[in-house]
Design a protein around this ligand. Sequence first.
Ligand SMILES: *[C@@H]1O[C@H](CO)[C@@H](O)[C@H](O)[C@H]1NC(C)=O
Ligand SMILES: *[C@@H]1O[C@H](CO)[C@@H](O)[C@H](O)[C@H]1NC(C)=O
Ligand SMILES: *[C@@H]1O[C@H](CO)[C@@H](O)[C@H](O)[C@H]1NC(C)=O
Ligand SMILES: *[C@@H]1O[C@H](CO)[C@@H](O)[C@H](O)[C@H]1NC(C)=O
Ligand SMILES: *[C@@H]1O[C@H](CO)[C@@H](O)[C@H](O)[C@H]1NC(C)=O
Length: 456
Amino acid sequence: MKLILKLWSLNKHNHWLFKLGVAILLMGLAFRLFFYQSTILEPNLEDPFVDKSQVPNPPLSVDITEPPVAVDIPEPSVAVDIPNPPVAVDVAEPEDEEAPKHEVNPGKCDLFAGDWIPNPSGPIYTNASCPLIEGHQNCMRNGRPDSGYLFWRWKPRYCELPPFDPQRFLELMRNKAWALIGDSISRNHVQSLLCMLSSVEQAVEVYHDKEYKSKRWHFPSYNFTISNIWSPFLVEAAIFEDNDGVSTAEVQLQLDKLDENWTNLYQNLDYAIISTGKWFLKAAIYHEKGTVVGCHICPGKNFTEKGFVFAYEKALHYAMDFIATSKHKGLIFFRTSTPDHFDNGEWHNGGNCPKTTPAKEGEMELKDLNRILRDTELAEFEKASAKAAEKGVSLKLLDFTNLLVSRPDGHPGPYRQFYPFAKDKNATVQNDCLHWCLPGPIDYWNDVIMEMVVNS
Ligand SMILES: *[C@@H]1O[C@H](CO)[C@@H](O)[C@H](O)[C@H]1NC(C)=O
Ligand SMILES: *[C@@H]1O[C@H](CO)[C@@H](O)[C@H](O)[C@H]1NC(C)=O
Ligand SMILES: *[C@@H]1O[C@H](CO)[C@@H](O)[C@H](O)[C@H]1NC(C)=O
Ligand SMILES: *[C@@H]1O[C@H](CO)[C@@H](O)[C@H](O)[C@H]1NC(C)=O
Ligand SMILES: *[C@@H]1O[C@H](CO)[C@@H](O)[C@H](O)[C@H]1NC(C)=O
């Protein structure tokens, strides 16, 4: 009963977690009755649940596989007729919930506390104007029939947030270098940023690694560079997965060795946004100082089940300590992981996210697992930020949880695929309720980030 051990270790510190653990354990056991496989397979990396350890990944995992060429999901030859004009008349009619305007010192305004308010002008780019949107997140092109989700903007409660100004941003970033470091949500974000900037200048891809996971773009007129560094754990990881995202073995995680894919680049950056998250839920063997110190979901391996929080705390601590003591002169953001909105199940068993409007206040609660990740992140950030301040490193938090938890309508859902219902309107298709449509809610991250950059 490794599971019990795992849950127990996960919950040594937190009694409430134990209750959650028991609930998850029961679900997990029920699950196994249906899905048990003798080979070691592990949950999809984006599976928000801890312990469906024996569930095979579906052929199309949300995230692990990267097509050899990112943007070219083949279009079926049949033209399917569900036109959806990008900036259309069918603007949703939400009630205007604009909060009363308090005149607060803008330096003190919490940009992360606010509401989504109607934005009739819609996004500044579309699937037609930006060629960099990944197929799985290109909801417009994939035939998502509703477009109301595009007509909202983020409004901090106590101050004005100027809309992202691509021209001004590029001017500010002349001769500068950014990197977005993390998992597929970072990739989602970099595409959003590149698309918003593309209304002024198209980015030129100047580098990609062998697997097309890390990339770099250059804006020639501004000598501005943006890198997207694939580093889903921030620490060194050996991942054993085939192209369908099916794992043949646990991840081998070196908790005390940072992934050089980002640390090598780090000192040359003017700005970095660093994040991690859901990959830590996967089955993994944990190493420190070259020896195994435990594992997460490794039945039959005779290692101590430590629970993912054990590894998450260590990896975050190590990464943030590196940042805090780095003497870096630029501006470093740590971004918390993002909430998912799988309803009626999870990614692999029919979970979906059919909402088409933002949630009302209090309607959406952060799921327990998302909360555990975030709490761990915030605790580690707090420790690191004190140290960073001492050492003169600019380390800031991007916590978009509130902004995103109220946007269950912002995910691709079934429209991660091209016209998923073209052949069969009752087709069963895997939903993506984790990543975000582009254009979509995470475009407004850039409004917030620009404001923080301008005022830093
Ligand atoms: C963009 O999406 C619309 C449907 O919203 C589609 O008609 C159009 O072909 C798409 N354009 C591109 C370039 O993908
Ligand atoms: C372009 O920017 C980089 C820093 O990102 C700088 O090292 C380089 O000198 C710049 N090139 C020119 C031509 O200014
Ligand atoms: C660095 O990136 C390369 C290419 O994506 C990858 O194969 C390698 O595993 C990464 N290194 C680590 C330590 O994750
Ligand atoms: C499991 O590990 C313990 C402690 O390291 C060891 O004493 C025991 O012999 C191991 N059992 C097996 C079956 O390898
Ligand atoms: C889809 O389901 C509805 C009822 O749920 C049924 O009436 C219809 O025939 C089905 N269509 C196809 C193409 O299977």
